[in-house]
Design a protein around this ligand. Sequence first.
Ligand SMILES: [Mg+2]
Length: 232
Amino acid sequence: MAPILVLWDIDGTLIHSGGAGERALVRATRLAEDADLDLRQIDWAGRTDRHIAEMILEHLGRPVTLEAANAIVEAYLDSLRDEIGARQGTILPGIAAILEYIDGSHRFAQGLLTGNVARGAETKLAHFDLWRYFPFGAFADDAIHRKDLGPHALRKATAHHGTRFSPDRTFVIGDTPHDITCGKAIGAHTLAVATGKFTEDALREHQPTAVFTDLADTDAFFAVLEEKAASA
Ligand SMILES: [Mg+2]
């Protein structure tokens, strides 16, 4: 039987970048569009980096072209490398232990399912020495809308492990309603964690498989995985 597949969101789920991601977007908008950006005016949480770049252009009243969006993303990646080192980010509770455990177990496999472009994901996670846990992932490079990323993650998991993963033994973990929608779109279980911008109640409205305050109780986390995968 194929391992249980765990697909992770990054921001607000594995880590907080200490505002580095937000700060890098503001700097990128200054560099690429010569404009001041108030991120609070954009509903960016849970969106892919490429989608956010388009939303910024729209918000500024600039033409939304692939070229202009790519220029913002490139400027963002340059700025992120500076910002990530300058900010006090953190690995979220329970994450280090869970990633290490899964890494050493052949009953589980893990990858990324994130709105970050791959180079941004690497910059953020390498800073916390977590990049090494993820041999594959679906990124904003694969699709502009987060809900379309799931099939890419399954395809890459299959390519990496040489076995087919079934959606009912797959868990998508994230901190926003977009993560829940994205997981449901591939028929996966969805675990929502309230370590980002959304409360447990707000997440529960979107009916994920389970909601956690955080993942500090690693036994409780693995108990949900075992239970749901066994009933699949
Ligand atoms: Mg997130």
